[in-house]
Design a protein. Structure first.
Ligand SMILES: [Ca+2]
Length: 502
């Protein structure tokens, strides 16, 4: 009798201490936030505020160096001491797939509807987002940042010059050429010198965004998917030849920057606000990439041109950045981990991560407009460093368009409005996929040499260093195919089918 009682007591003690361990042992959150943001997670208010709102707090393990973080992720094994969650995880598609296959990351799909209802609602209303974050087979091993106003490579045109010359905004490729000719010949900066560069650009990478003027666009791998789900490669296509011939005529007429292939954009950017503007059209996420802030008010978004009434534009990044958050197989409380991150997929969570608290760091008017309460200096050096978390490595969460559009800032507002206008038209030529290891290795083997050859040759076609003739084009397309374009096309098709095929 006595002995039995003692056994029960021991049993109770063991179970009590086990449950005490589970509730007291704080979950560990690991991730990357590079030093130049100044973020020090242990002293950043964001985590305290998140704990207040969600009831979930973490022991924080911040990495500040990308290489170390990469090695850390590579070293993760089931059975090794794993953190519970990865935040600002910067997981490449390949890392996501590999860590999932190793059993380090868990499939979150079965949990999302119940434990991350805000994120789940967004994914249900955007099946393309859901597919983009699903591994072949359907598992969701990492969560994204969702932002429909992701930065893009827009074209910005000098509207002051248009007005000075009595011109209207071009709407087609032909009208664009007429405008560029006028910029070249009619001294729109009115200094009596022929110093205008009608269109400046950096390499073929920028120029490719002009493909839209002819109704098509390809991604950096030269591919795009059509409405039937057929992936096409454009490097060897007739459309590409016609496009390069068109660029060559612009080059010959000196309508595009003679230094565009040979010097980096940083050396061509105008930095002196008192300088005479010489650029008619510049590329960049904002005109500030190439121009001093004071000059940017003269530049407006070049609304995508129409080709036979069709208006397309390439979205550089889509609306998702994948791999920002993940839960490991060692996670002690999956529902709590998801409850925490799910808050970032709400409007309140977006503000908390990016702007802090209303009445403390920012104020918001009844029309939705919001502004910082502190000076730009304090915001840059204190608020963004010690109170919010969105700077630096990409955070998980959802940024409603209204957040960006309602930011009350004289310089930013017109640019954000323009980016929003562009985003409504832009789409990814080819969606985000997860390549299998074999596919990725094949791409890594074939693509670098192929793209180096193709880029160089196409630039020579534009400049005329290699005259574009039937013979030189046949030679070019033959080499591109011999270097593996068909094989790559098969990979892009297979990856698309695995993830997006019905
Ligand atoms: Ca001039």
């Amino acid at each position: 009798m006595k002995k039995g009682f003692a056994l029960i007591a021991v049993f109770l003690m063991v179970t009590l201490s086990l449950s005490a361990f589970a509730s007291e042992g704080q979950m560990v959150l690991a991730g990357l936030d590079v030093q130049d943001t100044g973020h020090d997670w242990k002293n950043n208010l964001f985590f305290d505020r998140m704990a207040e709102v969600t009831g979930v707090s973490f022991e924080l393990n911040q990495f500040t160096d990308n290489e170390t973080w990469k090695k850390e992720k590579q070293g993760y094994q089931v059975g090794s001491s794993l953190p519970d969650v990865l935040f600002k995880a910067q997981l490449s598609p390949q890392e996501t797939l590999e860590l999932y296959e190793k059993g380090v990351l868990i499939d979150l799909r079965p949990y999302l509807a119940e434990h991350a209802p805000n994120l789940w609602a967004l994914l249900e209303s955007h099946p393309d987002w859901l597919r983009a974050i699903s591994l072949p087979g359907g598992a969701i091993a990492a969560l994204p940042q969702i932002d429909s106003l992701m930065s893009n490579n827009a074209m910005w045109i000098n509207a002051k010059w248009l007005r000075a010359l009595g011109l209207t905004m071009p709407t087609t490729a032909e009208e664009l050429v007429s405008v560029l000719r006028a910029f070249k010949s009619q001294d729109p900066n009115m200094n009596g010198r022929s110093d205008e560069v009608p269109l400046t650009f950096t390499g073929l990478w920028d120029l490719r965004f002009l493909q839209h003027a002819f109704g098509w666009m390809a991604n950096d791998y030269g591919v795009a998917v059509d409405e039937q789900g057929r992936v096409r490669e454009y490097l060897t296509a007739d459309e590409n030849r016609a496009f390069l011939e068109w660029l060559h005529t612009l080059w010959e007429e000196k309508l595009i920057d003679k230094d565009g292939f040979s010097t980096p954009s940083s050396t061509r950017a105008i930095t002196d606000s008192k300088a005479t503007p010489t650029y008619g059209i510049v590329f960049g996420p904002t005109p500030m990439a190439m121009l001093p802030t004071e000059m940017t008010t003269d530049y407006e978004l070049l609304v995508p041109l129409q080709a036979e009434g069709k208006q397309v534009y390439r979205s550089l990044l889509g609306e998702l950045r994948r791999g920002t958050f993940a839960v490991t197989s060692a996670c002690r409380d999956i529902p709590a981990a998801l409850r925490w991150v799910d808050y970032l997929y709400t409007e309140e969570g977006c503000y908390l991560a990016r702007s802090g608290l209303q009445g403390k760091e920012y104020e918001r008017l009844s029309d939705g407009t919001w502004y910082w309460l502190d000076s730009e200096d304090i915001v840059a050096n204190t608020v963004l460093r010690d109170i919010t978390i969105s700077e630096g490595t990409t955070i998980p969460g959802y940024t409603p368009e209204s957040f960006s559009l309602h930011y009350d800032n004289e310089t930013a507002a017109p640019v954000v409005a323009a980016i929003s206008r562009l985003a409504a038209i832009a789409s990814e030529p080819y969606p985000q996929v997860y390549l299998t290891r074999e596919q990725q290795e094949k791409v890594d083997t074939l693509w670098p040499a192929l793209t180096a050859y193709a880029e160089n040759t196409m630039a020579c076609f534009v400049t005329g260093d290699i005259p574009l003739t039937d013979a030189s084009w046949t030679d070019f397309t033959g080499k591109v195919k011999a270097m593996g374009m068909d094989e790559l096309l098969q990979i892009w098709q297979a990856a698309y089918d695995a993830q997006y095929g019905s």
